[in-house]
Design a protein around this ligand. Sequence first.
Ligand code: ADP
Length: 569
Amino acid sequence: MENFTDNALRILQERYLWRKGNGEELESPEEMLRRVAKYVAQAELKWSGKAEAEKWESFFFDMMSTLVFLPNSPTLMNAGLPKSQLSACFVLPVKDNLSGIFDTLKLAALVHQKGGGTGFNFSRLRPAGDPLGSQGGHASGPVSFIKLYDFATEQVKQGGKRRGANMGILNVDHPDILEFIRLKVNGKALQNFNLSVGIFDRFMEAVAEGRDWQLIHPNSRKVAQTLPAKEVWEAILEGAWENGNPGMVFLDTIHAANPLSKIGRIWATNPCGEVPMLDYESCNLGSVNLSRFVSNGKVDYQKLKETVRTGIRFLDNVIEVNHYPTIKIEKATLSNRKIGLGVMGWAEMLLRLQIPYDTEEAVHLGDQVMSFICRVSQEASHELALERGCFPNWEVSAFNPQKVMRNATVNSIAPTGTISILADTSSSIEPLFALAFQRKKVLNSGSLTTEVHPLFKKAVEEGGFPVQEILAEVRASGRCGHIADLPYQLRSVFKTALEIQPEWHLKHQLIFQKHTDNAVSKTVNLPETASPKDIGRIYCEAWKNKAKGITVFRNNSGNEQVIYQGIGK
Ligand code: ADP
Protein backbone atom coordinates (compact mmCIF):
# COMPACT_ATOMS: atom_id res chain seq x y z
CA MET A 1 0.00 0.00 0.00
CA GLU A 2 1.46 3.38 -1.06
CA ASN A 3 1.16 6.34 1.27
CA PHE A 4 -1.19 9.06 0.16
CA THR A 5 0.20 12.61 0.22
CA ASP A 6 -1.20 15.20 2.63
CA ASN A 7 -3.12 16.82 -0.22
CA ALA A 8 -4.63 13.47 -1.19
CA LEU A 9 -5.59 12.75 2.41
CA ARG A 10 -7.33 16.10 2.76
CA ILE A 11 -9.40 15.39 -0.34
CA LEU A 12 -10.17 11.85 0.74
CA GLN A 13 -11.25 12.97 4.20
CA GLU A 14 -13.45 15.76 2.94
CA ARG A 15 -15.17 13.84 0.18
CA TYR A 16 -14.41 10.17 -0.37
CA LEU A 17 -14.06 8.30 2.90
CA TRP A 18 -17.22 6.87 4.42
CA ARG A 19 -18.29 7.46 7.96
CA LYS A 20 -18.35 4.31 10.03
CA GLY A 21 -20.98 3.14 12.52
CA ASN A 22 -21.67 6.14 14.80
CA GLY A 23 -20.66 8.53 12.05
CA GLU A 24 -17.61 10.01 13.74
CA GLU A 25 -14.87 7.75 12.55
CA LEU A 26 -13.90 7.67 8.88
CA GLU A 27 -12.84 4.57 7.03
CA SER A 28 -9.11 4.59 6.21
CA PRO A 29 -7.91 5.08 2.61
CA GLU A 30 -6.99 1.39 2.60
CA GLU A 31 -10.49 0.45 3.72
CA MET A 32 -11.90 2.62 0.94
CA LEU A 33 -9.83 0.81 -1.70
CA ARG A 34 -10.73 -2.59 -0.24
CA ARG A 35 -14.42 -1.64 -0.35
CA VAL A 36 -14.11 -0.62 -4.02
CA ALA A 37 -12.12 -3.72 -5.01
CA LYS A 38 -14.56 -6.03 -3.27
CA TYR A 39 -17.65 -4.43 -4.70
CA VAL A 40 -16.35 -4.34 -8.27
CA ALA A 41 -15.01 -7.91 -8.10
CA GLN A 42 -18.49 -9.19 -7.18
CA ALA A 43 -19.34 -8.98 -10.87
CA GLU A 44 -17.10 -12.02 -11.40
CA LEU A 45 -19.64 -14.19 -9.55
CA LYS A 46 -21.92 -14.03 -12.58
CA TRP A 47 -19.48 -16.16 -14.53
CA SER A 48 -17.34 -17.98 -11.98
CA GLY A 49 -16.94 -19.00 -8.36
CA LYS A 50 -15.86 -17.30 -5.17
CA ALA A 51 -12.16 -18.11 -5.57
CA GLU A 52 -12.03 -16.37 -8.94
CA ALA A 53 -13.83 -13.31 -7.55
CA GLU A 54 -11.37 -13.15 -4.67
CA LYS A 55 -8.45 -13.40 -7.06
CA TRP A 56 -9.70 -10.38 -9.03
CA GLU A 57 -10.53 -8.50 -5.85
CA SER A 58 -6.91 -8.75 -4.84
CA PHE A 59 -5.66 -7.70 -8.32
CA PHE A 60 -8.00 -4.70 -8.25
CA PHE A 61 -6.86 -3.73 -4.78
CA ASP A 62 -3.18 -4.04 -5.71
CA MET A 63 -3.62 -1.93 -8.81
CA MET A 64 -5.32 0.88 -6.87
CA SER A 65 -3.26 0.74 -3.71
CA THR A 66 0.00 1.00 -5.65
CA LEU A 67 -1.53 4.01 -7.45
CA VAL A 68 -0.98 2.55 -10.92
CA PHE A 69 -4.70 2.75 -11.72
CA LEU A 70 -7.64 4.63 -10.25
CA PRO A 71 -11.28 4.65 -11.36
CA ASN A 72 -13.26 7.89 -11.72
CA SER A 73 -14.37 9.62 -8.52
CA PRO A 74 -17.96 8.31 -8.30
CA THR A 75 -16.65 4.73 -8.22
CA LEU A 76 -14.34 5.55 -5.30
CA MET A 77 -17.04 7.47 -3.47
CA ASN A 78 -20.04 5.24 -4.04
CA ALA A 79 -18.98 1.61 -4.53
CA GLY A 80 -20.84 -0.45 -1.97
CA LEU A 81 -23.52 2.10 -1.17
CA PRO A 82 -27.10 0.93 -1.67
CA LYS A 83 -28.03 1.83 -5.25
CA SER A 84 -24.46 2.92 -5.87
CA GLN A 85 -23.99 5.02 -8.99
CA LEU A 86 -20.41 4.60 -10.20
CA SER A 87 -20.22 6.46 -13.53
CA ALA A 88 -18.87 9.96 -14.17
CA CYS A 89 -20.37 10.61 -17.59
CA PHE A 90 -23.88 10.92 -18.99
CA VAL A 91 -25.55 12.40 -22.08
CA LEU A 92 -29.24 13.29 -21.89
CA PRO A 93 -31.60 14.44 -24.66
CA VAL A 94 -33.38 17.81 -24.54
CA LYS A 95 -36.64 17.64 -26.43
CA ASP A 96 -38.59 20.57 -27.76
CA ASN A 97 -41.45 20.52 -25.29
CA LEU A 98 -41.89 21.64 -21.71
CA SER A 99 -42.36 18.24 -20.18
CA GLY A 100 -39.31 16.86 -22.01
CA ILE A 101 -37.17 19.78 -20.82
CA PHE A 102 -38.20 19.30 -17.20
CA ASP A 103 -38.01 15.49 -17.30
CA THR A 104 -34.39 15.79 -18.39
CA LEU A 105 -33.69 18.46 -15.79
CA LYS A 106 -34.95 16.12 -13.07
CA LEU A 107 -32.83 13.30 -14.40
CA ALA A 108 -29.77 15.55 -14.50
CA ALA A 109 -30.38 16.49 -10.85
CA LEU A 110 -30.45 12.80 -9.92
CA VAL A 111 -27.23 12.18 -11.82
CA HIS A 112 -25.52 15.16 -10.15
CA GLN A 113 -26.69 14.08 -6.72
CA LYS A 114 -24.64 10.89 -7.14
CA GLY A 115 -21.52 12.57 -8.50
CA GLY A 116 -22.02 12.22 -12.25
CA GLY A 117 -21.68 14.91 -14.91
CA THR A 118 -24.14 15.51 -17.76
CA GLY A 119 -23.87 16.69 -21.36
CA PHE A 120 -26.70 18.03 -23.50
CA ASN A 121 -27.23 19.31 -27.00
CA PHE A 122 -29.90 22.03 -26.89
CA SER A 123 -30.29 22.33 -30.68
CA ARG A 124 -33.67 20.61 -30.86
CA LEU A 125 -35.23 23.53 -28.99
CA ARG A 126 -37.00 26.11 -31.11
CA PRO A 127 -35.36 29.55 -31.05
CA ALA A 128 -36.27 32.33 -28.64
CA GLY A 129 -39.32 34.30 -29.73
CA ASP A 130 -40.82 31.48 -31.77
CA PRO A 131 -44.61 31.31 -31.49
CA LEU A 132 -45.81 28.58 -29.14
CA GLY A 133 -48.78 27.23 -31.10
CA SER A 134 -52.33 26.96 -29.80
CA GLN A 135 -51.80 28.55 -26.38
CA GLY A 136 -50.08 31.64 -27.73
CA GLY A 137 -46.96 33.18 -26.24
CA HIS A 138 -43.37 32.85 -27.35
CA ALA A 139 -40.64 30.29 -26.76
CA SER A 140 -37.84 31.31 -24.43
CA GLY A 141 -35.22 29.43 -26.46
CA PRO A 142 -32.20 27.26 -25.65
CA VAL A 143 -30.18 29.95 -23.89
CA SER A 144 -32.82 30.56 -21.24
CA PHE A 145 -33.15 26.83 -20.60
CA ILE A 146 -29.38 26.48 -20.26
CA LYS A 147 -29.58 29.15 -17.55
CA LEU A 148 -32.35 27.20 -15.87
CA TYR A 149 -30.28 24.01 -15.91
CA ASP A 150 -27.33 25.93 -14.51
CA PHE A 151 -29.40 27.33 -11.67
CA ALA A 152 -30.78 23.90 -10.82
CA THR A 153 -27.27 22.42 -10.87
CA GLU A 154 -26.12 25.07 -8.42
CA GLN A 155 -28.84 24.01 -5.98
CA VAL A 156 -28.08 20.29 -6.14
CA LYS A 157 -24.71 20.14 -4.48
CA GLN A 158 -23.60 16.57 -4.84
CA GLY A 159 -24.21 15.36 -1.32
CA GLY A 160 -22.35 18.47 -0.18
CA LYS A 161 -19.28 17.14 -1.98
CA ARG A 162 -19.04 18.94 -5.26
CA ARG A 163 -21.22 20.94 -7.58
CA GLY A 164 -22.44 19.25 -10.70
CA ALA A 165 -20.76 19.70 -14.05
CA ASN A 166 -22.44 20.08 -17.41
CA MET A 167 -21.60 20.37 -21.07
CA GLY A 168 -23.98 22.53 -23.09
CA ILE A 169 -23.79 22.26 -26.88
CA LEU A 170 -25.61 24.26 -29.52
CA ASN A 171 -25.11 23.44 -33.19
CA VAL A 172 -23.53 26.14 -35.31
CA ASP A 173 -26.61 26.37 -37.56
CA HIS A 174 -29.12 27.04 -34.76
CA PRO A 175 -30.80 30.47 -35.04
CA ASP A 176 -29.76 31.38 -31.47
CA ILE A 177 -26.11 30.52 -31.98
CA LEU A 178 -24.73 34.06 -31.51
CA GLU A 179 -26.57 34.50 -28.23
CA PHE A 180 -25.22 31.11 -27.10
CA ILE A 181 -21.65 31.99 -28.07
CA ARG A 182 -21.82 35.21 -26.02
CA LEU A 183 -23.42 33.60 -23.00
CA LYS A 184 -20.31 33.63 -20.84
CA VAL A 185 -18.87 36.95 -22.00
CA ASN A 186 -18.54 39.63 -19.30
CA GLY A 187 -19.80 37.97 -16.26
CA LYS A 188 -20.00 35.22 -13.81
CA ALA A 189 -22.86 33.44 -15.52
CA LEU A 190 -23.02 29.69 -15.88
CA GLN A 191 -20.44 28.50 -13.39
CA ASN A 192 -21.63 24.92 -13.83
CA PHE A 193 -21.49 24.68 -17.60
CA ASN A 194 -18.80 24.21 -20.19
CA LEU A 195 -20.09 25.44 -23.52
CA SER A 196 -19.17 24.12 -26.95
CA VAL A 197 -20.43 24.92 -30.40
CA GLY A 198 -21.43 21.80 -32.37
CA ILE A 199 -19.43 22.24 -35.56
CA PHE A 200 -20.09 20.71 -38.99
CA ASP A 201 -17.34 20.32 -41.60
CA ARG A 202 -19.29 22.48 -44.03
CA PHE A 203 -19.14 25.37 -41.54
CA MET A 204 -15.34 25.16 -41.37
CA GLU A 205 -15.23 25.10 -45.16
CA ALA A 206 -17.56 28.10 -45.38
CA VAL A 207 -15.26 30.03 -43.03
CA ALA A 208 -12.16 29.08 -45.01
CA GLU A 209 -13.79 30.10 -48.29
CA GLY A 210 -15.35 33.30 -46.94
CA ARG A 211 -18.89 32.14 -47.72
CA ASP A 212 -22.25 32.88 -46.15
CA TRP A 213 -23.75 30.61 -43.53
CA GLN A 214 -27.39 29.77 -42.98
CA LEU A 215 -29.06 29.42 -39.60
CA ILE A 216 -31.84 26.87 -39.82
CA HIS A 217 -35.02 26.55 -37.77
CA PRO A 218 -34.75 23.15 -36.04
CA ASN A 219 -38.38 22.17 -36.65
CA SER A 220 -39.40 23.63 -40.01
CA ARG A 221 -35.84 23.33 -41.40
CA LYS A 222 -36.42 26.73 -43.04
CA VAL A 223 -33.62 29.27 -43.28
CA ALA A 224 -34.03 31.68 -40.36
CA GLN A 225 -31.07 33.93 -41.15
CA THR A 226 -28.12 34.15 -43.53
CA LEU A 227 -24.91 35.79 -42.37
CA PRO A 228 -21.21 35.59 -43.20
CA ALA A 229 -19.72 32.39 -41.70
CA LYS A 230 -16.84 34.59 -40.52
CA GLU A 231 -19.20 36.53 -38.27
CA VAL A 232 -20.07 33.37 -36.32
CA TRP A 233 -16.43 32.24 -36.37
CA GLU A 234 -15.14 35.53 -35.00
CA ALA A 235 -17.74 35.56 -32.24
CA ILE A 236 -16.58 32.09 -31.18
CA LEU A 237 -12.95 33.23 -31.08
CA GLU A 238 -13.82 36.37 -29.09
CA GLY A 239 -15.60 34.27 -26.48
CA ALA A 240 -12.79 31.73 -26.29
CA TRP A 241 -10.29 34.58 -25.99
CA GLU A 242 -12.24 36.21 -23.20
CA ASN A 243 -12.94 33.21 -21.00
CA GLY A 244 -12.19 29.91 -22.75
CA ASN A 245 -15.83 29.43 -23.85
CA PRO A 246 -17.09 28.25 -26.18
CA GLY A 247 -14.93 25.34 -27.20
CA MET A 248 -15.79 23.31 -30.25
CA VAL A 249 -17.14 19.81 -30.68
CA PHE A 250 -16.54 18.45 -34.18
CA LEU A 251 -19.75 16.57 -34.83
CA ASP A 252 -18.82 15.14 -38.25
CA THR A 253 -15.53 13.74 -36.96
CA ILE A 254 -17.39 12.18 -34.05
CA HIS A 255 -20.00 10.78 -36.43
CA ALA A 256 -17.40 9.25 -38.73
CA ALA A 257 -15.84 7.39 -35.80
CA ASN A 258 -19.11 6.24 -34.24
CA PRO A 259 -19.23 2.43 -34.39
CA LEU A 260 -22.97 2.59 -33.70
CA SER A 261 -24.09 5.05 -36.37
CA LYS A 262 -26.89 2.65 -37.28
CA ILE A 263 -28.38 3.18 -33.83
CA GLY A 264 -28.14 6.94 -34.04
CA ARG A 265 -26.05 10.03 -34.50
CA ILE A 266 -24.05 11.42 -31.61
CA TRP A 267 -24.84 15.03 -30.72
CA ALA A 268 -23.19 15.52 -27.36
CA THR A 269 -20.39 14.63 -25.00
CA ASN A 270 -19.98 14.51 -21.22
CA PRO A 271 -18.84 17.72 -19.41
CA CYS A 272 -15.16 17.61 -20.21
CA GLY A 273 -15.57 16.21 -23.74
CA GLU A 274 -13.80 12.86 -23.46
CA VAL A 275 -16.87 10.71 -24.10
CA PRO A 276 -19.19 11.37 -27.05
CA MET A 277 -22.40 9.45 -26.34
CA LEU A 278 -25.85 8.66 -27.69
CA ASP A 279 -28.88 9.89 -25.75
CA TYR A 280 -29.16 8.27 -22.31
CA GLU A 281 -25.79 6.52 -22.48
CA SER A 282 -23.44 6.63 -19.52
CA CYS A 283 -19.78 5.73 -19.29
CA ASN A 284 -17.40 4.88 -16.48
CA LEU A 285 -13.74 5.82 -16.61
CA GLY A 286 -10.45 4.72 -15.14
CA SER A 287 -6.92 5.99 -15.64
CA VAL A 288 -3.54 4.32 -15.69
CA ASN A 289 -0.83 6.33 -13.93
CA LEU A 290 1.96 6.38 -16.54
CA SER A 291 4.37 7.95 -14.10
CA ARG A 292 4.61 4.53 -12.44
CA PHE A 293 5.62 2.69 -15.62
CA VAL A 294 9.22 3.80 -16.03
CA SER A 295 11.93 1.47 -14.87
CA ASN A 296 15.65 1.66 -15.65
CA GLY A 297 15.08 4.58 -17.97
CA LYS A 298 12.54 2.68 -20.09
CA VAL A 299 8.80 2.24 -20.39
CA ASP A 300 7.81 -0.99 -18.67
CA TYR A 301 5.46 -2.33 -21.36
CA GLN A 302 4.95 -5.68 -19.65
CA LYS A 303 3.59 -4.05 -16.50
CA LEU A 304 1.56 -1.63 -18.62
CA LYS A 305 -0.02 -4.52 -20.47
CA GLU A 306 -1.08 -6.28 -17.29
CA THR A 307 -2.47 -3.09 -15.77
CA VAL A 308 -4.45 -2.15 -18.88
CA ARG A 309 -5.93 -5.65 -19.12
CA THR A 310 -6.94 -5.64 -15.46
CA GLY A 311 -8.22 -2.07 -15.86
CA ILE A 312 -10.50 -3.03 -18.75
CA ARG A 313 -11.88 -5.94 -16.75
CA PHE A 314 -12.43 -3.62 -13.77
CA LEU A 315 -14.38 -1.12 -15.91
CA ASP A 316 -16.46 -3.83 -17.55
CA ASN A 317 -17.29 -5.14 -14.07
CA VAL A 318 -18.37 -1.66 -13.03
CA ILE A 319 -21.09 -1.81 -15.67
CA GLU A 320 -22.37 -5.04 -14.08
CA VAL A 321 -22.51 -3.81 -10.49
CA ASN A 322 -23.58 -0.26 -11.27
CA HIS A 323 -27.00 1.17 -10.44
CA TYR A 324 -28.51 3.50 -12.99
CA PRO A 325 -30.71 6.51 -12.24
CA THR A 326 -33.46 5.32 -14.65
CA ILE A 327 -34.38 2.37 -16.82
CA LYS A 328 -33.67 4.35 -20.00
CA ILE A 329 -30.10 5.06 -18.90
CA GLU A 330 -29.65 1.47 -17.81
CA LYS A 331 -30.93 0.15 -21.13
CA ALA A 332 -28.82 2.47 -23.30
CA THR A 333 -25.70 1.81 -21.23
CA LEU A 334 -26.09 -1.95 -21.13
CA SER A 335 -26.73 -2.11 -24.89
CA ASN A 336 -23.35 -0.64 -25.77
CA ARG A 337 -21.31 -1.09 -22.58
CA LYS A 338 -19.01 1.84 -23.27
CA ILE A 339 -16.01 2.22 -21.00
CA GLY A 340 -13.12 4.68 -21.05
CA LEU A 341 -9.68 3.62 -19.91
CA GLY A 342 -7.21 6.49 -20.15
CA VAL A 343 -4.03 7.84 -18.66
CA MET A 344 -2.69 10.32 -16.13
CA GLY A 345 0.93 11.12 -15.27
CA TRP A 346 2.01 11.45 -18.91
CA ALA A 347 4.13 14.55 -18.20
CA GLU A 348 5.77 12.77 -15.28
CA MET A 349 6.57 9.78 -17.43
CA LEU A 350 8.35 12.15 -19.83
CA LEU A 351 10.15 13.79 -16.91
CA ARG A 352 11.41 10.45 -15.67
CA LEU A 353 12.66 9.64 -19.15
CA GLN A 354 14.14 13.16 -19.39
CA ILE A 355 12.26 13.93 -22.60
CA PRO A 356 11.03 17.53 -22.91
CA TYR A 357 7.27 17.72 -23.61
CA ASP A 358 7.74 20.09 -26.55
CA THR A 359 9.75 17.73 -28.75
CA GLU A 360 8.98 15.28 -31.54
CA GLU A 361 10.55 12.61 -29.36
CA ALA A 362 7.82 13.13 -26.77
CA VAL A 363 5.07 13.05 -29.38
CA HIS A 364 6.57 9.90 -30.87
CA LEU A 365 6.57 8.22 -27.47
CA GLY A 366 2.94 9.29 -27.00
CA ASP A 367 2.18 7.56 -30.29
CA GLN A 368 3.84 4.36 -29.10
CA VAL A 369 2.41 4.34 -25.59
CA MET A 370 -1.18 5.13 -26.57
CA SER A 371 -1.23 2.79 -29.56
CA PHE A 372 -0.02 0.07 -27.20
CA ILE A 373 -2.73 0.90 -24.65
CA CYS A 374 -5.34 0.95 -27.42
CA ARG A 375 -4.27 -2.43 -28.78
CA VAL A 376 -4.15 -4.08 -25.37
CA SER A 377 -7.52 -2.55 -24.39
CA GLN A 378 -9.17 -3.90 -27.52
CA GLU A 379 -7.64 -7.34 -27.05
CA ALA A 380 -8.86 -7.38 -23.45
CA SER A 381 -12.38 -6.36 -24.49
CA HIS A 382 -12.32 -8.99 -27.25
CA GLU A 383 -11.33 -11.70 -24.76
CA LEU A 384 -14.03 -10.57 -22.35
CA ALA A 385 -16.53 -10.92 -25.20
CA LEU A 386 -15.41 -14.50 -25.73
CA GLU A 387 -15.81 -15.14 -22.01
CA ARG A 388 -18.94 -13.11 -21.26
CA GLY A 389 -20.57 -12.27 -24.60
CA CYS A 390 -20.54 -9.20 -26.87
CA PHE A 391 -22.29 -5.95 -26.10
CA PRO A 392 -25.88 -6.42 -27.32
CA ASN A 393 -25.69 -3.89 -30.17
CA TRP A 394 -22.54 -5.51 -31.55
CA GLU A 395 -24.57 -7.07 -34.38
CA VAL A 396 -25.42 -3.65 -35.78
CA SER A 397 -22.04 -2.08 -35.07
CA ALA A 398 -19.28 -1.27 -37.52
CA PHE A 399 -16.88 -3.80 -35.95
CA ASN A 400 -15.20 -6.35 -38.13
CA PRO A 401 -17.26 -9.57 -37.88
CA GLN A 402 -14.14 -11.43 -36.71
CA LYS A 403 -13.64 -9.05 -33.85
CA VAL A 404 -16.25 -9.64 -31.19
CA MET A 405 -16.12 -6.98 -28.49
CA ARG A 406 -17.48 -6.67 -25.00
CA ASN A 407 -17.53 -2.87 -25.16
CA ALA A 408 -18.48 -0.49 -27.98
CA THR A 409 -15.65 1.82 -26.86
CA VAL A 410 -12.70 1.19 -24.59
CA ASN A 411 -10.52 4.32 -24.26
CA SER A 412 -11.04 7.95 -23.16
CA ILE A 413 -8.51 10.46 -21.93
CA ALA A 414 -10.22 12.13 -18.96
CA PRO A 415 -8.94 15.25 -17.20
CA THR A 416 -8.29 13.24 -14.00
CA GLY A 417 -8.73 16.50 -12.10
CA THR A 418 -9.07 14.86 -8.70
CA ILE A 419 -7.78 11.33 -9.12
CA SER A 420 -4.41 12.62 -10.34
CA ILE A 421 -4.07 14.48 -7.02
CA LEU A 422 -4.94 11.26 -5.21
CA ALA A 423 -2.31 9.42 -7.28
CA ASP A 424 0.17 12.27 -6.75
CA THR A 425 0.96 12.78 -10.40
CA SER A 426 0.44 15.20 -13.28
CA SER A 427 -3.08 15.25 -14.68
CA SER A 428 -4.10 13.41 -17.82
CA ILE A 429 -1.76 14.17 -20.76
CA GLU A 430 -1.21 17.76 -19.61
CA PRO A 431 2.29 19.13 -19.06
CA LEU A 432 3.14 20.06 -15.48
CA PHE A 433 1.04 23.11 -14.70
CA ALA A 434 3.86 24.54 -12.56
CA LEU A 435 6.75 23.29 -10.46
CA ALA A 436 5.00 24.64 -7.35
CA PHE A 437 1.40 25.80 -7.35
CA GLN A 438 -1.82 26.48 -5.53
CA ARG A 439 -5.26 25.17 -6.34
CA LYS A 440 -8.40 26.91 -5.20
CA LYS A 441 -11.91 25.50 -5.02
CA VAL A 442 -10.90 21.85 -4.84
CA LEU A 443 -11.72 21.72 -1.15
CA ASN A 444 -14.20 23.55 1.04
CA SER A 445 -11.52 23.81 3.72
CA GLY A 446 -9.15 26.09 1.79
CA SER A 447 -6.69 25.92 -1.06
CA LEU A 448 -4.29 23.08 -1.82
CA THR A 449 -0.60 23.84 -1.99
CA THR A 450 1.67 21.66 -4.07
CA GLU A 451 5.32 22.04 -3.07
CA VAL A 452 8.25 22.16 -5.49
CA HIS A 453 8.19 19.05 -7.67
CA PRO A 454 10.34 16.33 -6.00
CA LEU A 455 12.03 15.36 -9.27
CA PHE A 456 13.08 18.96 -9.80
CA LYS A 457 14.41 19.20 -6.27
CA LYS A 458 16.38 16.02 -6.80
CA ALA A 459 17.85 17.24 -10.09
CA VAL A 460 18.95 20.50 -8.49
CA GLU A 461 20.51 18.74 -5.51
CA GLU A 462 22.31 16.16 -7.62
CA GLY A 463 23.53 18.75 -10.11
CA GLY A 464 25.36 20.67 -7.38
CA PHE A 465 23.49 23.94 -8.05
CA PRO A 466 22.76 26.55 -5.35
CA VAL A 467 19.79 24.66 -3.92
CA GLN A 468 18.39 27.28 -1.51
CA GLU A 469 18.26 30.12 -4.00
CA ILE A 470 16.91 28.06 -6.83
CA LEU A 471 14.17 26.47 -4.77
CA ALA A 472 13.15 29.84 -3.37
CA GLU A 473 12.87 31.23 -6.88
CA VAL A 474 10.88 28.23 -8.09
CA ARG A 475 8.55 28.35 -5.10
CA ALA A 476 7.81 31.98 -5.92
CA SER A 477 7.38 31.75 -9.68
CA GLY A 478 6.42 28.12 -10.17
CA ARG A 479 8.92 27.65 -12.99
CA CYS A 480 12.62 27.44 -13.78
CA GLY A 481 12.97 28.42 -17.44
CA HIS A 482 14.42 31.84 -16.56
CA ILE A 483 17.08 30.59 -14.11
CA ALA A 484 20.31 31.08 -16.00
CA ASP A 485 22.34 28.97 -13.53
CA LEU A 486 20.53 25.84 -14.69
CA PRO A 487 21.60 24.00 -17.84
CA TYR A 488 19.41 24.11 -20.94
CA GLN A 489 18.48 20.40 -20.85
CA LEU A 490 17.23 20.60 -17.27
CA ARG A 491 15.19 23.72 -17.99
CA SER A 492 13.71 22.06 -21.09
CA VAL A 493 12.64 18.92 -19.29
CA PHE A 494 10.96 20.95 -16.53
CA LYS A 495 9.08 23.36 -18.80
CA THR A 496 5.57 24.05 -17.56
CA ALA A 497 2.24 24.46 -19.35
CA LEU A 498 2.61 28.14 -20.20
CA GLU A 499 6.23 27.85 -21.32
CA ILE A 500 5.20 25.24 -23.86
CA GLN A 501 3.95 26.60 -27.17
CA PRO A 502 0.26 25.93 -27.83
CA GLU A 503 1.19 23.90 -30.95
CA TRP A 504 2.86 21.31 -28.75
CA HIS A 505 -0.17 21.06 -26.50
CA LEU A 506 -2.23 20.33 -29.59
CA LYS A 507 0.25 17.80 -30.97
CA HIS A 508 -0.07 15.76 -27.79
CA GLN A 509 -3.86 15.95 -27.93
CA LEU A 510 -3.85 14.78 -31.55
CA ILE A 511 -1.44 11.91 -31.11
CA PHE A 512 -3.40 10.55 -28.15
CA GLN A 513 -6.66 11.06 -30.05
CA LYS A 514 -5.28 8.98 -32.91
CA HIS A 515 -5.37 5.92 -30.65
CA THR A 516 -8.43 6.76 -28.55
CA ASP A 517 -11.83 5.56 -29.77
CA ASN A 518 -13.71 8.01 -27.53
CA ALA A 519 -12.10 11.43 -27.14
CA VAL A 520 -9.38 13.35 -25.36
CA SER A 521 -10.05 16.04 -22.79
CA LYS A 522 -7.26 18.59 -23.04
CA THR A 523 -6.83 22.29 -22.44
CA VAL A 524 -4.48 24.09 -24.80
CA ASN A 525 -2.93 26.76 -22.56
CA LEU A 526 -2.20 30.10 -24.15
CA PRO A 527 -0.16 33.05 -22.93
CA GLU A 528 -2.13 36.11 -21.88
CA THR A 529 -0.88 37.91 -24.99
CA ALA A 530 -2.44 35.39 -27.43
CA SER A 531 -4.94 36.91 -29.87
CA PRO A 532 -8.30 35.59 -31.11
CA LYS A 533 -6.50 34.85 -34.40
CA ASP A 534 -4.05 32.57 -32.57
CA ILE A 535 -7.04 30.72 -31.14
CA GLY A 536 -8.52 30.48 -34.64
CA ARG A 537 -5.36 28.81 -35.90
CA ILE A 538 -5.50 26.24 -33.11
CA TYR A 539 -9.20 25.51 -33.64
CA CYS A 540 -8.55 25.04 -37.39
CA GLU A 541 -5.58 22.77 -36.87
CA ALA A 542 -7.56 20.71 -34.38
CA TRP A 543 -10.39 20.26 -36.89
CA LYS A 544 -8.13 19.48 -39.85
CA ASN A 545 -6.30 16.84 -37.84
CA LYS A 546 -9.43 15.05 -36.63
CA ALA A 547 -9.62 16.15 -33.04
CA LYS A 548 -13.10 15.45 -31.69
CA GLY A 549 -13.19 18.71 -29.80
CA ILE A 550 -10.97 21.57 -28.71
CA THR A 551 -10.72 23.83 -25.69
CA VAL A 552 -8.27 26.63 -24.96
CA PHE A 553 -7.54 28.68 -21.88
CA ARG A 554 -5.69 32.00 -22.09
CA ASN A 555 -3.73 32.76 -18.94
CA ASN A 556 -5.50 35.19 -16.59
CA SER A 557 -8.63 35.31 -18.74
CA GLY A 558 -12.09 34.55 -17.42
CA ASN A 559 -13.12 34.68 -13.81
CA GLU A 560 -12.86 31.01 -13.02
CA GLN A 561 -9.11 30.51 -12.80
CA VAL A 562 -8.60 28.02 -9.99
CA ILE A 563 -4.95 27.16 -10.28
CA TYR A 564 -2.06 29.55 -9.76
CA GLN A 565 1.66 29.23 -10.42
CA GLY A 566 3.98 29.62 -7.45
CA ILE A 567 3.29 29.48 -3.72
CA GLY A 568 5.39 32.36 -2.39
CA LYS A 569 8.99 32.31 -1.15
P1 ADP B 1 -12.07 12.66 -11.38
O1 ADP B 1 -10.61 12.99 -11.35
O2 ADP B 1 -12.82 13.28 -10.22
O3 ADP B 1 -12.38 11.19 -11.51
P2 ADP B 1 -12.17 13.97 -14.03
O4 ADP B 1 -11.58 15.32 -13.76
O5 ADP B 1 -11.31 12.97 -14.73
O6 ADP B 1 -12.74 13.35 -12.66
O7 ADP B 1 -13.49 14.15 -14.88
C1 ADP B 1 -14.06 13.05 -15.53
C2 ADP B 1 -15.51 13.28 -15.74
O8 ADP B 1 -16.18 13.26 -14.49
C3 ADP B 1 -15.89 14.62 -16.34
O9 ADP B 1 -15.76 14.70 -17.72
C4 ADP B 1 -17.31 14.70 -15.91
O10 ADP B 1 -18.13 13.89 -16.74
C5 ADP B 1 -17.27 14.14 -14.52
N1 ADP B 1 -17.05 15.18 -13.51
C6 ADP B 1 -15.91 15.79 -13.16
N2 ADP B 1 -16.10 16.72 -12.20
C7 ADP B 1 -17.41 16.70 -11.93
C8 ADP B 1 -18.25 17.43 -11.04
N3 ADP B 1 -17.81 18.39 -10.24
N4 ADP B 1 -19.55 17.12 -11.07
C9 ADP B 1 -20.02 16.16 -11.87
N5 ADP B 1 -19.28 15.45 -12.72
C10 ADP B 1 -18.00 15.70 -12.75
